[in-house]
Design a binder for this molecule. Structure first.
Ligand code: PAF
Length: 282
């Protein structure tokens, strides 16, 4: 496994791989890798000749007062995990070679970026779309692997790939959870014991919603209000939003259908957590 920091060197390597007709699977990350990332890497390993993971804590997707400085960084551990999983290359750029002096081009996926998490985090998805567009140009993958945990991010990146004709297939892999239901996230590292236990309200609320749907409830408003009640019973939890939307446009739906996305963001202590489920029934 090789670590490369220089975008030009990386693109030259990717071009060589293309010439040799090798398929490239790419998993973009901000590091602090966990089993959710590993599931993407494993899938990429099964499906491609070359697997590339990028590790870059992208400053343009953090707002003022967000956790850019304290975002967990553990390169050695991440590199060991990647090596064990058979990753071929880690792309490890730094801020100055991704955003050199004078950098002034940004990608904004209109409308979608301003909904749900975008309301609370203005500019976040502009930063995400910009860095992913740059990474796709540098890495030139055949397939991009994303996690469903960041459902809105996956929708926005898929939209950008389509709108800007990036020649890449996007695969969105299921959320990985701990045994008790907590969705894996690098930010779970911030939770103390009490907060971690409170954080279970997110997955509990989603399980409640799924149970209501399997009992025949289709009214989105009723489901949201029961989820709200459940979460508000926890004193540490502060709801940012609970939304039931269609997966393409992220527009609120009144009536649940197969494929509807139930997404929520809840702050536990100082930690804003997100989770979601896609409704599936016949
Ligand atoms: O999901 C993440 O870790 C980041 O948003 C991504 C896609 C690597 C872009 O910085």
């Amino acid at each position: 496994m090789k670590l490369i920091s220089d975008p030009k060197k990386f693109t030259a390597m990717a071009a060589k791989a293309k010439q040799l007709k090798k398929s490239i699977g790419f998993v973009p990350t901000m590091g602090a890798l966990h089993a959710g990332h590993f599931s993407l890497v494993k899938r990429a390993r099964r499906e491609n000749d070359i697997v590339i993971v990028s590790i870059f804590v992208n400053p343009t997707q953090f707002g003022p007062g967000e956790d850019l400085k304290k975002y967990p960084r553990c390169l050695k551990k991440d590199a060991d995990s990647c090596r064990k999983l058979g990753v071929d290359f880690i792309f490890l750029p730094d801020k100055d070679n991704m955003y050199p002096k004078g950098y002034s081009t940004f990608v904004n996926v209109e409308v979608l970026s301003g909904l749900l998490c975008g309301l609370r985090r203005p500019g976040h998805f502009r930063g995400v779309a910009t860095v992913v567009a740059k990474l796709l140009n540098i890495v030139q993958p055949d397939t991009l692997y994303l996690g469903q945990k960041d459902a809105q991010q996956a929708v926005i990146i898929s939209r950008m790939v389509k709108d800007l004709n990036f020649p890449v297939k996007v695969k969105v892999m299921p959320i990985v959870r701990q045994k008790d239901g907590l969705a894996l996230s690098s930010r779970n590292a911030y939770l103390n014991e009490k907060e971690r236990s409170s954080a279970l309200v997110l997955s509990k609320a989603l399980r409640l919603a799924e149970a209501m749907v399997s009992c025949g409830q289709r009214n989105a408003g009723r489901i949201i209000s029961r989820m709200r009640q459940l979460i508000e019973n926890n004193k540490q939890a502060k709801i940012d939003y609970i939304a039931i939307v269609d997966q393409e446009e992220l527009r609120e739906v009144k009536k649940i259908k197969p494929g509807s996305l139930i997404a929520l963001a809840v702050t536990i202590g100082k930690n804003r957590l997100i989770d979601n489920t896609v409704i599936d029934y016949n």
